[in-house]
Write a protein that binds this ligand. Structure first.
Ligand SMILES: [Zn+2]
Ligand SMILES: [Zn+2]
Length: 157
């Protein structure tokens, strides 16, 4: 089976939500679906603008609309800038995120197999758990130890 194009997938998701299908909604959701990490307003604007011009106000409005309709979700990075990711069936509504300490990439992770157990004071009820793992993404992680050792060998003995 051919993988579905993000643009078709976006249209199907918006239709399934019973909402009016507009080009801006489709293109912005498609940009989120195609992205390798969650996108800031600015990144969405840049990606959609490759297809055709879209103004900043529309980008803000449509991202809020997608979030309100649970087609997308937003996560704040350490820099306090919102990043948006598509919310689809494979990404359950509650899932963990990974943030790269070096390049700031925010990535949606699959739902963890085991939910962390957080002890709450009596009478408290948890409604959601925000799980964020920080570290280095594959692009930013330093070369594996073995490679480093090999490079430092010549000339010293
Ligand atoms: Zn990184
Ligand atoms: Zn996510």
């Amino acid at each position: 089976m051919m993988p579905r194009l993000p643009i078709d997938q976006a249209e199907t998701m918006i239709r399934a939500a019973g909402a009016r299908v507009t080009r801006a909604r489709i293109e912005m959701l498609a940009a989120l679906l195609a992205a390798e990490h969650a996108l800031t307003h600015h990144e969405v604007e840049k990606r959609v603008n490759r297809a055709h011009a879209i103004d900043r106000v529309t980008v803000y409005r449509v991202l809020e609309w997608l979030t309100a309709n649970e087609l997308a979700h937003k996560i704040a990075g350490s820099d306090r800038v919102w990043r948006f990711g598509a919310t689809n069936k494979e990404h359950a509504r509650q899932h963990a995120h990974f943030e790269c300490n070096r390049c700031g990439a925010m990535i949606c992770l699959d739902e963890p197999d085991t939910k962390p157990h957080i002890r709450l004071p009596s009478g408290f009820h948890a409604q959601e758990v925000d799980l964020l793992t920080k570290g280095l993404c594959a692009k930013c992680a330093p070369a594996r130890r073995k490679d480093r050792r090999r490079r430092s060998v010549p000339g010293w003995t």
